[in-house]
Design a protein around this ligand. Sequence first.
Ligand code: TXA
Ligand code: MG
Length: 341
Amino acid sequence: MKTKIIKADQLKQAAQLIRQGELVAFPTETVYGLGADATNEEAVKKVYQAKGRPSDNPLIVHVNSINMVEKYVGELNTDSRKLIEKFWPGSLTLIFKIKPNALSKTVTGGLDTAAFRFPKNQLTLDLIQLAEKPLVGPSANTSGKPSPTSPEHVYHDLNDKIAGILDDGSTKVGVESTVLDMSVDTPTILRPGAVTKRDLEEVLGKEVNDEFHHVGISETPKAPGMKYKHYAPNAQVYIVKPEDNWDDVIKWIKNNYQKPVGIMAFDQDIANFKWPENVMLKSLGSDVNSASRLLFKLLRDFDSQPEFEIIFTQGVVSKDLGEAYMNRLNKSAGKMYFDQL
Ligand code: TXA
Ligand code: MG
């Protein structure tokens, strides 16, 4: 099946494909999602196949109204409504207990909860409207690879495996949504994203848990997706801590490594240091916002140049959006740091 790039003026065609049980990747403000009709079990199964995704890893259900959530969940409580009011549409995924068998096991991975998200992208909201169906939407990458932040990334991973890609250019946030579990007594962040612990606590007026980083490969994680290898480029990534000096990295390269080296750094450092000839510099822009937007793209850029076997990437303070950035970067790097070399 040749994958069709679908433009905004062909939205009806995308909706038609979804209604027929086909897969269409869709844009959101965070990353591209791999869309299928969440109420069509056969279609949802194809999502796992196309991605090569383990079947115990449940999917996010993308909606365009609160009604669509309540259909599966029942009436939402006050805290959930407060969060929705403030952060939807936007980069916050909420996990609720669902009515028995309201969604298929293929969507929920057999849990009695499901994840819901109201993305901030008009094309995709219109697609849901036209299809008249909620859409499952894992990130539209091959399982284990960096999430796609452009239609080209989706095409690279899923060409011939899905019917279409709804093209809305590059995404703005670049890291996936915050996943917040609202099915437990104390709301718990399972994956950090652009909506931060502080943002959530401000709206709820109470403390929010964030235990997401404690999950090992052998444990049963709260968000099943957290245990798998993620965002891994072909090269080995080493994280350069904010307190490290690029001069030390440069010294290490000169003394130890003659082959091509990838560098992902901020503009000001790219301009200020004297870089050896075997490095290829790629800019993360000037702050944590641009770094988050560009992280997956730059890792993918290096993947298209197999001569780069190591990449040094700028780390930031793990706070607010920096927490989401460092969470993804740590996974890409398998927690390898320059100061361990
Ligand atoms: O920004 C995003 O959230 C993107 C865009 C496309 O919306 N989607 C995304 O989906 O990142 P995915 O499938 O790559 O990540 C969803 C995460 C996984 O770690 C999964 O295990 C977790 O959410 N999850 C889904 N349903 C869950 C549930 N009922 N309980 C706990 N975790 C759940
Ligand atoms: Mg993903």
